[in-house]
Design a binder for this molecule. Structure first.
Ligand code: RP5
Length: 183
């Protein structure tokens, strides 16, 4: 899909331009067709001011690239990897096998998929003991971004403060809605 590919290039370019910082989160996906889902993770991280890189790495179609990416991520300064894939979603688990970094898996529901993303969810969540992948709900890349932000915030007081403010924002939004409903 050429438009998704263009969006992918501009997302990763923008991240580099904006902060000029080295990326701390690697957002990877099995195909550019996963971008409409995975974009939410990049947006959350941008809102928290966390530099991220975005690219396509396929366990099945580019296995050598997956090996290189996963083995080198920690020495390049990446702290957390978010990996999304649909169908036989082996990318997050294989990357977790190859890196010491925390890996967050996003089950993607490809357009027109027969199993509605359940195949990807089960492929990602059922990891054997010793090789953890933190799996979010089908299609919920925003939560993957938030989880990565929380991991980094645990060691970063300024980021922790932003997370508290984000939570407070949710609380006040919900309370305002409840009040409107009750009135
Ligand atoms: C998976 O196959 C990808 O992660 C994607 O969700 C799915 C379909 O890929 P395309 O055929 O659209 O490239 O590997």
């Amino acid at each position: 899909d050429p438009s998704a590919a263009a969006a992918l290039a501009s997302t990763s370019g923008r991240e580099e331009e904006e902060g000029g910082e080295r990326p701390r989160v690697g957002i990877i996906m099995g195909s550019d067709s996963d971008l409409p889902t995975m974009r939410a993770a990049a947006e959350v991280l941008r809102d928290f001011g966390i530099a991220a890189e975005v690219t396509v790495v396929s366990a099945h179609r580019t296995p050598d690239r997956m090996l290189d990416y996963a083995r080198s991520a920690h020495s390049r300064g990446i702290n957390v990897i978010i990996a999304g894939a649909g169908g036989a979603a082996h990318l997050p688990g294989m990357v977790a096998a190859l890196t010491p970094l925390p890996v967050i898996g996003v089950p993607v529901r490809p357009a027109g998929a027969h199993l509605d993303g359940l195949d990807a969810l089960l492929s990602i969540v059922q990891m054997p003991r010793g090789v953890p992948v933190a799996t979010v709900a089908i299609g919920n890349a925003a939560n993957a971004g938030l989880l990565a932000a929380r991991m980094l915030a645990a060691y970063d007081p300024a980021l922790l403060q932003k997370m508290l403010e984000y939570q407070e924002g949710m609380r006040t939004t919900v309370l305002a809605k409840a009040e409107r409903l009750e009135s």
